[in-house]
Design a protein around this ligand. Structure first.
Ligand code: ADP
Ligand code: MG
Length: 383
């Protein structure tokens, strides 16, 4: 039997019309050896496989619109790997009926986690989509990042989000949390003495501005684009509570805000907290007007996020650029944005708390109604 590499490249898009060949499963198991499960969520199981030369991650999902969209996003992300190191290479995808027998025999029931539908689809020999990705080496909370590593990660992730929004202005990841940021351990081949090459990244809006990051051992990698959006309507078709992503008082709400910049702040603070690192300068970066403005900029230009990269805090972690940025005066951001629609310079203040401002009565009313049906419980629901 003549067997080919089963993967379609990112130049092709999966759909219900994609031809599923009889040889598909034979090809998969010939080319890739099953190694172990890596993790499962609600819809997918990701496994580690090897093709003798190198190992890959394969995310398996029941074929259908959601899976096709995730391939599309992954492929768009793949087009940015040269602009930001936080993105993994997407090697390709394929659709087969079921999964190779040998893989199935080695995957235990518990490996599927909550991915019941996937398990059922595999058992019923339905169409399964396989998305092949560059393999990351570690989960972010298992490598013991120190303060320096954490702040380097913070910088690179902010930079990556700015890059994504430069090329795809409405890009939002929408699911940033501990489980969706991984680590790629950087090592120098055959040497323990040689230094790692510096990482350099360019300012998205001006590629002549270059930041140099020394000694990045733990490279953060943004994964899982299952909730991501690229369309403008991605900002408005969230379930109602999620569309309030620009609330300044997001701590006081029960829902999981899907705001990338807000989620990144939570992730970084959590990582610092785990290492018991307390630093007022880091806190003041995250509570600064610039950071708040970036949180509120979900509908705006990537340059607002990019501006954070110029914050002097990063110089303390040895992230230096080839130009000197003008030091901006600290500005006051009191009531700068409507708490509901994020418009600047809101006119109306909330009757009981003047910290909250709204552009008009409609926004204020929405806020009040919203607060009524989602009481504050203090829980974080998205992890
Ligand atoms: N490229 C990868 N390299 C290594 N592990 C991965 C990779 N992608 C996913 N994983 C592991 O699998 C888990 C689930 O993958 P993810 O894409 O987040 O799927 P889900 O949509 O199920 O959350 C991740 O938390 C991670 O541990
Ligand atoms: Mg995930």
């Amino acid at each position: 039997m003549n067997l080919n590499n089963p993967l379609h490249s990112c130049f092709e898009k999966p759909s219900n019309k994609t031809k599923v060949t009889k040889k598909c499963l034979d090809e998969l198991s010939l080319f890739y050896k099953y190694i172990k499960p890596l993790g499962a969520g609600i819809t997918a199981l990701t496994i580690r496989i090897s093709n003798n030369q190198h190992d890959l991650a394969i995310k398996m999902m029941k074929a259908g619109a959601a899976a096709y969209k995730e391939v599309d996003v992954s492929c768009k992300v793949n087009s940015m790997v040269n602009y930001s190191p936080v993105f993994n290479t997407t090697h390709g995808w394929t659709i087969c009926k079921g999964i190779p027998k040998e893989w199935a025999s080695r995957i235990k029931d518990k490996d599927y986690g909550d991915a019941e539908k996937l398990k059922e689809a595999i058992e019923k020999n339905q169409k399964i989509l396989f998305l092949a990705l560059e393999l990351n080496t570690h989960k972010i909370d298992e490598v013991g990042l120190n303060e320096n590593d954490i702040m380097l990660s913070c910088f690179l992730l902010l930079h990556g989000i700015a890059v994504a929004r430069k090329y795809f202005p409405y890009f939002r990841h929408r699911d940033i949390h501990m489980g969706n940021v991984m680590i790629m351990l950087r090592t120098v081949k055959n040497s323990v003495i040689k230094a790692l090459p510096d990482i350099t990244v360019k300012l998205p809006s001006d590629e002549s501005v270059v930041f140099t990051l020394p000694d990045v051992v733990y490279l953060p990698k943004l994964i899982d684009f299952g909730e991501s959006r690229f369309q403008q309507k991605g900002h408005t078709d969230d379930v109602p509570e999620e569309s309030y992503q620009s609330f300044e008082d997001i701590e006081n709400t029960k829902f999981a805000p899907r705001n990338d910049i807000r989620r990144l702040k939570d992730l970084i603070l959590k990582l610092l907290q785990q290492r018991q690192i307390e630093d007022s300068e880091i806190d003041s970066f995250f509570t600064s007007c610039d950071y708040k403005e970036a949180i509120n900029a979900e509908r705006n230009d990537y340059m607002i996020i990019e501006a954070l990269l110029k914050n002097p805090i990063f110089e303390r972690y040895n992230i230096l650029s080839n130009v000197n940025f003008e030091r901006k005066k600290k500005k006051s951001c009191w009531g700068m944005f409507c708490q509901v629609c994020a418009s600047p310079n809101p006119k109306k203040t909330y009757d009981t708390n003047p910290h909250y401002a709204f552009c008009d009565d409609v926004c204020e009313q929405k806020y009040k109604t919203f607060r009524q049906f989602i009481p504050y419980t203090g829980e974080e629901v998205y992890e």
